[in-house]
Design a binder for this molecule. Structure first.
Ligand code: PLP
Length: 409
């Protein structure tokens, strides 16, 4: 099957059968996706049957630990990275915060860190605060359209550059960056590349090994799963960074960047996300393939469906004389995270009117505060953001466009 079986996909999400949500069109997926059935069931099962301290020999403790281990193993395989290099933490913001504390002890005054002004603050603020310890923080600035240009990064890289933090896909601009090209550039300068994958991953978990990032972060609550952050950290880097765990834990890699006790049920519930992705693969005839090939096939199914739904929305917004569309007007260049402002109308008012029609869009600065400042957009009223994923139907997109047509006329 080459086209996404949308009826099958939607049957895997309890929200679409929930009477209380009948008629609601979800267009704030970049904030948080619906959870798939498998996530809800795994969480429920864990709480009912294995909600004890895991990893002891007694049952149900041993089973709880095994479920957590399998979650890590399966997600790592799907991302095409070794399981030892994948860690779970409470959220991406907390994960970057902890990693930055490790870098604080690792870097020397005068070393340089590059951040962008396009990213969510989670991948800017923690790194920027290193300047309190004498680290020089440089900003890779967006151009007047909000885009980052590789040439501008190249001009900032130098012999003291140690780390470059950028996003796979901005949660406002939406364009998908050529991550491999950029990580190669960063590595040629002798620096580490930290990539925020939060906005990209809901559209298909990537082959992280192929991207070449040294650190890759994303949030599972936007990928049909529980409220949890995941981070890949290359061993070569992890082993150089000082542990952030309790002192008596020594130099073990496991737990090095997760000082707090993890949320056991939520880690186990990542199995639900994996069960769902496996079910999509099997449904479309890709079940027997090797894991990276299976993952690539699912990614392509999602991408093709999303691109088809995205075109009419971009056509409408891109051609409306009062709309300022942020990011590319071409569906193939971007994720279906579509932010815009409207001349003469407040973003908050538009979002409220859409809410009255049972259409849920986001509004505000989405913590891409510095980006909105650079684009000259009021950071309080912000932008309207309509974001969707592979389970969104053509009818829902048509409904959004029709509502906007009326509101903006
Ligand atoms: C692009 C991007 N990066 C990072 C984050 C922060 O993720 P978390 O909520 O897991 O801290 C978000 C959250 O919305 C985001 O959209």
């Amino acid at each position: 099957m080459t086209q996404l079986d949308l009826a099958f996909v939607r049957s895997q999400f309890p929200a679409f059968a929930e009477p209380g949500l009948a008629g609601f069109a979800h267009f704030e997926n970049a904030g948080g996706s619906f959870a798939c059935r498998q996530t809800v069931e795994t969480l429920d099962r864990f709480y009912r049957k294995t909600k004890v301290q895991p990893y002891y020999a007694f049952e149900p403790s041993a089973t709880a630990g095994a479920r957590m281990d399998s979650a890590r193993e399966r997600l790592a395989a799907w991302l095409n990275v070794p399981r030892e290099e994948l860690h779970f933490g409470p959220s991406t913001s907390q994960n970057t915060y902890v990693l930055a504390q490790a870098f604080r002890r690792h870097l020397r005054p005068g070393d340089e860190v590059i951040v962008t002004n396009q990213d969510h603050e989670a991948n800017i603020g923690a790194w920027s605060r290193l300047q309190d310890d004498g680290i020089v923080v440089r900003t890779w600035q967006v151009d007047e359209t909000g885009e980052l240009r590789a040439a501008d990064l190249e001009a900032l890289l130098g012999t003291r550059t140690r780390l470059v933090a950028f996003t796979h896909c901005s949660n406002v601009v939406g364009s998908i960056h050529p991550v491999r090209e950029l990580t190669d550039l960063v590595h040629r300068a002798g620096a580490w590349a930290v990539v925020d994958g939060v906005s990209f991953c809901p559209h298909g978990l990537p082959d992280v090994a192929a991207l070449g990032a040294d650190i890759y972060l994303f949030s599972l609550y936007k990928v049909y799963g529980p409220h949890l952050g995941a981070m890949y950290v290359r061993t070569e880097l992890a082993s150089q960074l000082p542990s952030q765990a309790h002192f008596f834990k020594g130099d073990a890699l496991a737990g090095r960047f997760t000082p707090a006790g993890p949320d056991h049920p939520q880690i186990a519930a990542v199995n639900g996300v994996m069960d769902y992705l496996e079910a999509v693969a099997t449904r479309h005839g890709h079940g027997g393939l090797a894991v990276p090939t299976r993952a690539a096939a699912v990614r392509q199914l999602f991408r093709d469906h999303e691109t088809r739904q995205l075109r009419p929305l971009l056509d409408f917004l891109g051609n409306h004389r009062r709309v300022r569309l942020i990011g590319p007007a071409s569906a193939t260049a971007r994720a279906p995270t579509v932010a815009f402002t409207v001349e003469g109308q407040s973003s908050a008012a538009i979002a409220t009117r859409l809410a009255e029609l049972d259409i849920g869009v986001g509004v505000g600065n989405f913590y891409a505060y510095r980006l909105l400042q650079a684009l000259g957009i009021d950071t309080t009223d912000g932008v309207v953001r309509a974001s969707f994923v592979h389970y969104t139907s053509q009818e829902e997109v048509a409904r959004l466009i029709a509502a906007l047509e009326t509101l903006l006329s």
